[in-house]
Design a protein around this ligand. Structure first.
Ligand SMILES: [Zn+2]
Length: 274
């Protein structure tokens, strides 16, 4: 392996403990690399709302058909925006479908079947939802542009994080080196046995991809956070922060599709240019 690649592989696997803030009962994580810029952001936990089980207590998703779930999610989104001083009436929330589709908020009136939303506008908050999938915020402090990305295994295999970088380069004039990315809490390889087919397609997205798959009890367990970090580092991004928290290992803190057996809420990644 070339020394340069070995260094990137090592960096992609690095995970750090992120600072938390508590606002009005909500426990929010903030990536160190995104702090101190003209950007507001947060990765939410399940703490801070009044939503009853099994979506307790700060569910932001409207994935359940019940009207109560929809109402609660709306209230929680309002509460989140208010706490972060973001305009709720400008909030953009796409209908996610595990695609690799990236859309600029300025270019689209509706955000159906979109898994990454970018913007160059101030005061336009972007919120995406997760329950094990990888939340990623990509920010360009020089040109003031951002993208919020939803990368499950399908999105990761389709390299949606890299697609978001391409969108920022093309539409916002970003240069990869200027970008700062934050890869939030998601299911870890500790809790994510998957098929050989899925593992193979994930590994094929990065150089030395087999180094991102652990074999446990005969089953491949990919490190989705590290694979996304590696995709971003291989695009030339200078700073990639990766959270050390696994959503399935911490059911008291996070919604986890795997851990819950499927019936659970959604945490969020939200970002807004100032
Ligand atoms: Zn775990």
């Amino acid at each position: 392996m070339r020394a340069e690649t070995a260094k990137l592989v090592e960096r992609a696997h690095e995970k750090t403990s992120w600072p938390t803030v508590e606002i009005d009962g909500m426990l929010l994580l903030q990536a160190p690399g995104l702090s101190g810029h003209r950007l507001k952001h947060a990765f939410t936990t399940r703490k801070g709302g009044n939503t009853p089980a099994p979506f307790d207590s700060f569910n932001l998703g409207r994935h359940d058909a019940a009207a109560q779930c929809w109402d609660d999610a709306l209230e929680n989104r309002k509460k989140l925006c208010a706490a972060l001083a973001m305009p709720f009436n400008e909030l953009r929330v796409p209908g996610q479908v595990h695609s690799k589709r990236v859309v600029f908020a300025e270019d689209a009136h509706q955000l159906k079947e979109v898994d990454a939303v970018a913007t160059v506008s101030s005061n336009v908050p972007v919120l995406l939802h997760y329950a094990d999938c990888v939340p990623i915020i990509i920010f360009d402090p020089r040109r003031s542009a951002l993208a919020v990305v939803h990368a499950g295994w399908r999105g990761t295999a389709a390299m949606i994080a890299s697609e978001a970088v391409t969108a920022l380069v093309t539409r916002a004039g970003s240069e990869a080196w200027d970008l700062i990315a934050a890869v939030g809490p998601a299911i870890g390889s500790c809790c994510y046995p998957t098929s050989f087919e899925a593992a193979k397609s994930l590994a094929s997205t990065v150089t030395d991809g087999e180094l991102f798959i652990t074999l446990r009890d005969g089953q491949p367990c990919p490190d989705l956070r590290a694979i996304n970090a590696m995709q971003l580092l291989e695009r030339g991004i200078s700073t990639v922060d990766v959270s050390d928290l696994c959503t399935a290992c911490n059911p008291q803190l996070f919604y986890s599709h795997r851990q819950s057996g499927g019936l659970t809420g959604r945490q969020g990644a939200i970002a807004c240019l100032i």
